[in-house]
Write a protein that binds this ligand. Structure first.
Ligand code: NI
Length: 139
């Protein structure tokens, strides 16, 4: 059975980082730091638990990148072809002379989608990556 007793522990962080964190939790309407940290921990655990998960999920992988980065386009294309069963659609937007935004709609086992997302967002030249999925019914 899960132990739901509240435990206290201390956290150290740079003053500047804490200041930014306080601004963020204020904007998001959290009552206090503990509440915000609990949510962060829950999200991290949820994401981690998906790494071995057979649950079918669907959602998006969002990538911002510089298309001038050497080999990046080839690597992105190859990684997506390797997982073509999990990719429902890819939409590419040319934001300006060098920046691209790519939105990939995915569906499949959570562990596979997670792996694909890690692979794509860690490619050199990808400046920002975001991964959002939700469970769908088992097939
Ligand atoms: Ni582009």
């Amino acid at each position: 059975m899960e132990d739901s007793t509240l435990k206290r522990f201390g956290i150290s962080m740079e003053a500047q980082l804490l200041q930014k964190f306080d601004r963020l939790i204020n904007q998001r309407g959290y009552e206090n730091r503990s509440e915000a940290i609990r949510d962060l921990v829950r999200n991290a655990l949820l994401e981690h638990s998906w790494e071995k998960d057979e649950q079918i999920v669907a959602g998006t992988i969002l990538l911002f990148y510089d298309h001038h980065q050497r080999n990046l386009l080839e690597e992105l294309t190859q990684a997506q072809h390797e997982m073509h069963d999990n990719i429902l659609a890819t939409t590419h937007f040319h934001l300006d002379h060098s920046s691209c935004l790519e939105l990939i709609i995915v569906k499949g086992k959570a562990k596979d989608i997670q792996q694909l997302s890690h692979k794509l967002t860690s490619l050199k030249g990808v400046q920002y990556g975001n991964f959002t999925v939700a469970p769908v019914e088992r097939i």
